[in-house]
Design a protein around this ligand. Sequence first.
Ligand code: F6P
Length: 321
Amino acid sequence: INTIGVLTSGGDAPGMNATIRAVVRTALSKGKKVVGIKRGYNGLISGDIHEMGSKDVSDIIQRGGTILHTARCLEFIKPEGQKRGAEMCKVFGIDGLVVIGGDGSFKGAEKLAGLGINTIGVPGTIDLDIACTDYTIGFDTAVNTAMEAIDKVRDTSTSHERCSVVEVMGRDAGYIALWCGITNGAEAVLLPEKKNMSQEELIRMIIENRNKGKRHNLIINAEGSSEDSVKLAKKIEEVTGISTRATILGHLQRGGSPSAVDRMHASMMGSIAVDLLCEGKSNRVVAYKEGQYLDYDINEALAMQKSISEKRYDLSKILSI
Ligand code: F6P
């Protein structure tokens, strides 16, 4: 390996910058040339590729977002786009590529590997929805951001003796929602992975809670659940007469300075990705499982299934009484 390229792809996540820094500095320490590719696979196709030195990644470990920018590239889903990407790698002499992103980004990396470019995926997404790893870069910061925001909603909800429906991100996964459900002490959590309480059951719970003397109700709704937060809040207010508000936390969950946990995993995983390339490996994803850093074949990783912890889900219910 002579030249290592690095790109961020899909939704950004706090800790992506720390990963880029680790890739660049580890590669430089091994005497490799490093290039940064802007806007994910879009920049690969268009040749928006720039050499990076150590100084280019100074003062970024603490920053949210990604200095390389990111995008979801539709063109790269098609074989023609993938071929153009591989050709551009050859034009710039990129013989090793680190792709920081989620499952969609890894599918692209797998295609490039098939076209002769050594590629390594690093899991970067706030959603925690990558099956081969217990940890994805950005999750810890995002869940803490959501938790702190929900604490604030809870203060005002309690003062007004209201019910709050708070929607958190996660796409089709309920990890952020479940973590917030437990760490914010929610009365109910609605997840895409579970058969949730029906509207009637929720409403009955809220009325029973009022009769028990509870001053507020907090319902965490994962964006991928079947409930629309605004409609649900309206329905609860209509039937119970309890003032109810919906809050959709949205993109604030994707920003902010990465936590120490995210910076540590980002630094380790970025550096391991470069080690793997230098060992001649390709088509691998870096993972963290049961306290160990590992790597998996991308195809195998993409075929794995992940499920919500039953213990944590049960706990969210036990503690909500
Ligand atoms: O994958 C990260 C994520 O923030 C999801 O939680 C969410 O569904 C999606 O990205 C939002 O995407 P966009 O930034 O394109 O609105």
